[in-house]
Design a protein around this ligand. Structure first.
Ligand SMILES: [Zn+2]
Length: 178
């Protein structure tokens, strides 16, 4: 059974949420293939309505770069594709297989993305994988202040399965040594 949707929006737009569920389901299934090709276990996509603008998985290990999270990769790709540092006038949606970490929250905030939809919440990601998602006090409220709608916990069960599979198949849980 799926967890209740988390949002900072005044109301849930049923049509948007239905589309988000379809897109995130598709991303979770594609993510299994990305993992097999050496990507980290997170996938993100930027859409304009039904049109895909950019899609990218986490490439931290293959790029030897700690900030190459899926969200940062896909925002960079979308801005390059659309030739702008400000996506706001384009009214774009960001779909992510899991809740953004503290670094990606900053990246999303400066990008001009208008709507964020995510799958597995950070607490569950941390519990399953051991990744550190950082600290994010009141991020939903901070996004709300800036006119960014967030909808989370979409198709969490499927997302949890993908993460469990990542860990069980002994893929690397990359993080700084402490
Ligand atoms: Zn991140």
């Amino acid at each position: 059974m799926n967890t209740k949707i988390i949002t900072n929006a005044d109301k849930i737009n049923a049509k948007q949420l239905k589309r988000a569920t379809e897109i995130i389901t598709k991303l979770q299934n594609e993510l299994r293939e990305y993992i097999e090709r050496g990507h980290g276990p997170f996938l993100a996509a930027v859409y304009s309505g039904d049109k895909l603008i950019a899609k990218c998985a986490n490439t931290v290990v293959m790029d030897d770069c700690s900030n190459h999270h899926a969200e940062i990769n896909v925002i960079r790709m979308a801005q390059s594709e659309l030739k702008t540092y400000d996506l706001a006038p384009k009214n774009l949606d960001l779909y992510i297989t899991a809740e953004p970490c503290m670094m990606c929250i900053g990246a999303i905030m400066w990008s001009g993305i208008k709507n964020v939809y995510y799958g597995v919440p950070s607490k569950v990601v941390e519990k399953i994988t051991g990744f550190d998602e950082g600290f994010k006090p009141n991020w939903l409220k901070e996004f709300q202040k800036r006119g960014i709608n967030v909808y989370g916990n979409i198709e969490t069960e499927l997302g949890e399965d993908v993460l469990k599979q990542y860990v069980e198949s002994k893929h690397i849980v990359y993080k700084p040594s402490r």
